[in-house]
Design a binder for this molecule. Structure first.
Ligand SMILES: NC(=O)c1ccc[n+]([C@@H]2O[C@H](COP(=O)([O-])OP(=O)(O)OC[C@H]3O[C@@H](n4cnc5c(N)ncnc54)[C@H](OP(=O)(O)O)[C@@H]3O)[C@@H](O)[C@H]2O)c1
Length: 248
């Protein structure tokens, strides 16, 4: 990685996104710190990341309003010379069966998981990269199962999976595009207290540690021959629908 490399992790102020940003800053990446509502957390994280002697540019954007993104990109131009790594991580994860999902819910899930990542990929191609670039889309290992409890989420993530493959074709040879499909890493924000029993989580009976998730990112960053692939980091939950999924 060049000393001047820039990374953008969407939804990067909290939880998994913030963890990835911390690791990237520690590895020397300058960071475009994207957030939607978490301004306080983003400001605190900015200070923390700057301790690694990297540049941090804050970027507030609602990815459920993709029509506003081109204006948002203008604010980045001039401040960010190029983008070397884009991680499409931002997500909403709402309950709703196929029949029970509202139009607003369907649109928001599609915009956050598909339309905005698509526009961001186009923007990255325009901005250019300082070196061969990389895009990593955060998917979900449980896309392997036909689970209807969160239909808008799963259908939108499935579309992001297809975008990953098509973008790998169109972005080559300048940019490699891959997916990471986590299993159970963190409780959902709206999870009820208690959490699942270990045997309910996945075949390996433990949550996926954040370190394991990041080590897959490091692997993709270091391996220059992989594009259009998705790696499941999930304790085997893509093989067998974990019982906790069926309970919520
Ligand atoms: N947690 C898990 O165990 C798990 C399992 C499988 C897959 N994943 C995937 O891993 C990724 C990270 O998971 P997570 O649990 O850390 O995600 P999360 O907390 O549910 O969401 C991450 C961020 O997405 C941002 N976001 C939501 N709506 C947005 C919008 N309209 N515009 C812009 N940003 C928006 C939020 O930013 P603000 O806070 O700034 O509003 C939020 O902090 C997601 O893609 C998720 O699907 C996670």
């Amino acid at each position: 990685m060049a000393a001047s490399s820039w990374a953008l992790v969407t939804g990067g102020a909290q939880r998994i996104g913030a963890f990835i940003n911390r690791r990237l800053a520690r590895a020397g990446y300058n960071i475009v710190l994207h957030y939607h509502r978490s301004e306080t957390a983003a400001l605190a994280l900015k200070k923390e990341l700057e301790q690694h002697q990297v540049e941090v540019v804050m970027w507030q954007a609602n990815l459920a309003e993709p029509q506003a993104l081109p204006r948002g990109f203008q604010t980045l131009h001039g401040r960010v010379p190029h983008l070397d790594l884009l991680i499409n991580n931002a997500s909403i994860f709402e309950q709703g069966t196929l029949f029970g999902s509202s139009l607003a819910q369907i649109r928001a899930h599609m915009d956050v998981h598909l339309t905005s990542p698509w526009l961001l990929i186009q923007e990255m191609m325009k901005l250019g990269t300082g070196q061969p670039g990389q895009i990593i889309n955060i998917l979900d290992a449980n896309l392997a199962h036909r689970y209807t409890g969160k239909s808008a989420y799963f259908i939108a993530k499935k579309a992001l999976e297809t975008l990953t493959e098509l973008a790998a074709i169109e972005c080559a040879p300048k940019i490699r595009v891959n997916g990471i499909a986590p299993g159970f890493v963190l409780e959902a924000i709206d999870a009820v207290a208690g959490g699942p029993e270990p045997e309910d989580i996945n075949l390996l009976q433990r949550k996926v540690p954040l370190d394991d998730l990041y080590s897959a990112i490091e692997f993709l960053l270091a391996n220059h021959s992989i594009t259009g692939q998705t790696i499941a980091i999930d304790g085997g939950s893509h093989l067998k629908c974990p019982p906790y999924m069926l309970k919520n």
